[in-house]
Every structure is written in C-alpha cells, then in structure tokens.
Design a binder for this molecule. Structure first.
Ligand code: SHN
Ligand code: NAI
Length: 303
C-alpha cells in the first residue's frame, strides 16, 4: 500500500491552493466542505473559485505566488499548468514543512486526492494510487447509487446516541451486539420509525454466543458466502498454530486471539454470549463437533 487512507481533522487545518483553474476548483469543491481555513493564490481565477471568494469561504490573493505564501501551511495544493513551476513550488512548500499535492506530478505528491462519497459523517474515499482517476470516479458513481441520502441524518442520530448506549450497556460485546441489532432492524433509513428501532434494540440481547468451527486446512475461497457475516462478528479466535492468512483476511480484524480453551471454558464463553471462532486441525474440529452439537462447522458448501 503506497498510499494509506486516513481521515484528517480539518478544524485547525491551514490549506493553500496555488492556481485557480478548473483543476484547482475541483479540489476546492471537496475542500470547501471541510472546516479548514483555505487561501487561494493565482493571477487568473475561474468563475467557480470567484464564487467561493464572494461567499467568503476562501481568501483569495489575485497575483503570482511568492515564497511567503508557502510558509506555515499544513497542506499545499499546487495546481498551475506549468510543470517546472509546480515542481519548484513543491520543493519550497516541503522545505517549509507542508504536506504537498502536485496535480500534474503524482511522484511529487505527499498525498493524493481521492474520489469521495459524502454522506455527512459517513465518508467513503476511493483511490487507484493515481493509476486511473476515471475508474475511481466510476466506483464513486456506483457507491453514490448504493448509499441513500438518509445515511446523513441517520449517522447524526447515531452519533447523538453513542454516549447513551455506552452508559446503558456496560461491556464492549454487548454494545457491539446492540449496534448490529439496530442496523439489522433499521437498515439504512432515517424516518419516524428510527427512534423506535433504536429503543427496540435494547430489548432483546441474545442469551448465548456462537461457536464456529473451521478446519485449519479449509480452503478459505470455497467457504459459503453465508459464512462471511459470521466471521465478521466474532469476539475472539481460538487457535493452536498461526491462522492461515487467507482465513485471517475474512475475520473481524480486531477479534481477540486466544490459545486453546478447555471444553468447560468454551461452554462458559458461549453461555455469556461470546462469539468464538476455533481454527483447528481437522481431528480437533471433529472432537469439538461431538462435544458441542450446537457449534457451527464452517466448510466448503455448508455451515
Ligand atoms: C494522482 C492524482 C493527484 C491529485 O489530484 O490529488 C491525480 C492526478 C492526475 N489526474 C489526471 C487526470 C484526470 N483526473 C480526473 C479526475 C479526478 N482526479 C482525481 C484525483 C487524482 N488525480 C489523484 C489520484 C486519484 C486516484 O488515486 O485515483 C479525483 C479522484 C479527485 C479530484 O480531482 O477531485 C478526480 C475524480 C473525482 C470524481 O469525479 O469523483 C480525470 C477525469 C475527469 O476530469 O473527469 C482526469 C482525466 C482523465 C485521465 O487523464 O485519467 C492527470 C493527468 C493530467 C493531464 O494529462 O493533463 C493527473 C496527473 C498524472 O496522472 O500524471
Ligand atoms: N490532478 C488532477 O486531477 C488533474 C490534473 N491536471 C493537471 O492540472 C494542471 C492545471 O490544469 P487547469 O486547472 O486546467 O489549468 P489552468 O491553466 O486553467 O489553471 C492554471 C492556474 O494556475 C495559475 N498560475 C499560473 N502561474 C501561477 C503563479 N506563478 N502563481 C500562482 N498561480 C499561477 C493560473 O493563474 C491559473 O489560475 C495541468 O497541468 C493539468 O496537467 C489535469 C486534469 C486533472
């Protein structure tokens, strides 16, 4: 992964854009939605950028860039149509301590601009590491169609309830099951029923957990699709040896790793609602199937 996605807090971010053509304006269309303070410097300014200046979303300096402009910035976007000027400005901005994006030279970028689906708190960022921005745009178009506008108010609602859920449900696994139930009941909608679904989700906490058995030589790519949501919901994974990477890819990433547990420990964990995945040699899986008839055996074509 040459480019690592992360989400920057823009509340105290100081951004400079050099150049005010169509490409600069496209970056500004994204940046203007943030809380960053933004300055644009360019002699010729396109209409879209003039509108941001008139609306006082940006400060605009209508002149050629000077070295002082590059000082004390967190991010600098360099978007003139002059490549040698862009590269020279990139060196100066980096020397002054900024992270730099150069729109015509990916190799000189400290970061690149992804294609973005914006549903308020829910943000999806897509990058092809500069290989094909048009493909990133097409993936965005598909996701735009998949993710309804109701997600914006839904996530504001959820954020407003987060501390209440933390107070009412004391353990991490309980809270995770709560949110899984809430999304299962409510889906992606935000309407008059959402509050009711939220309250309902407190009601029926499941009594017991789950034991999933998986032989460590099982070819992960042949597991049935229905096994994937089960693997994403586990609290812990129990194994004697290292988990084969193809299986690890499918599991919930932050599941706890445990050494082998005794039968009574396994039963106890199941009784208190733990969801365990046991990745073990075939003979162990067969033994546990007899000891725990309610366990689910994940294997090609069946659960
Ligand atoms: C490396 C990166 C640096 C950066 O800008 O941060 C970069 C670089 C370059 N883009 C070029 C061209 C085009 N870029 C677009 C579109 C987008 N470009 C965006 C990002 C990025 N572009 C970064 C990598 C993103 C990734 O990882 O995929 C998007 C996602 C975000 C945004 O800009 O808002 C936005 C889609 C947003 C959306 O719609 O969702 C289109 C299509 C169009 O215009 O519709 C074309 C024309 C077709 C083509 O040439 O491919 C050229 C050649 C210039 C030339 O030849 O003159 C370079 C320079 C080079 O490759 O050398
Ligand atoms: N990263 C991307 O997504 C894409 C990048 N590009 C590249 O982006 C570059 C810019 O494209 P456009 O916006 O269409 O160009 P443009 O010619 O419309 O705009 C260039 C801007 O730079 C300003 N400028 C020139 N000299 C300056 C200076 N000394 N100081 C400050 N500002 C200065 C101009 O006044 C103008 O506002 C091109 O080199 C192109 O190759 C093109 C398409 C997509």
């Amino acid at each position: 992964m040459q480019y690592f996605p992360l989400f920057l807090n823009t509340q105290r971010l100081n951004v400079l854009i050099v150049g005010a053509g169509e490409v600069a304006c496209r970056k500004l269309d994204l940046l203007s939605r943030t809380e960053a303070s933004i300055e644009v410097v360019a002699p010729e300014v396109c209409g879209g950028i003039l509108d941001y200046a008139r609306a006082e979303r940006i400060t605009l300096q209508q002149r050629a860039v000077v070295d002082a402009d590059l000082q004390h910035r967190d991010l600098v976007y360099i978007a003139t149509a002059n490549q040698s000027l862009n590269l020279q400005l990139a060196v100066q901005a980096k020397e002054a301590g900024a992270m730099v994006n150069v729109v015509d030279t990916p190799a000189a970028c400290d970061f690149i601009t992804p294609s973005i689906v914006d549903r308020g708190r829910l943000i999806v960022a897509i990058s092809t590491a500069g290989a094909a921005p048009v493909f990133a745009r097409d993936v965005r178009a598909k996701l735009e169609a998949m993710l309804p506008a109701s997600l914006t108010p839904l996530f504001d609602f959820i954020a407003s309830k987060r501390s209440e859920v933390q107070q009412r449900l004391t353990t991490g696994p309980e809270r995770r099951r709560f949110w899984e139930r809430f999304f299962a009941l409510n889906g992606e909608q935000f309407n008059g029923h959402t509050l009711q679904k939220y309250q309902q989700s407190f009601a029926n906490d499941i009594e017991h957990g789950e034991l999933l058995l998986l032989a460590d030589n099982c070819p992960a790519e042949f597991l049935p699709l229905a096994a994937l949501p089960l693997l994403q919901r586990i609290d812990a994974v129990v194994s004697i040896d290292d988990i084969p990477p193809a299986i690890a890819e499918l599991m919930r990433r932050d599941a706890e790793r445990l050494e082998m547990l005794s039968n009574s420990e396994l039963l106890k964990a199941w009784e208190i609602g733990q969801r365990l995945l046991l990745v073990l040699p075939v003979a162990e899986v067969e033994r546990l199937k007899i000891a725990f008839p309610f366990a689910k055996h994940l294997r090609p074509g069946a659960i």
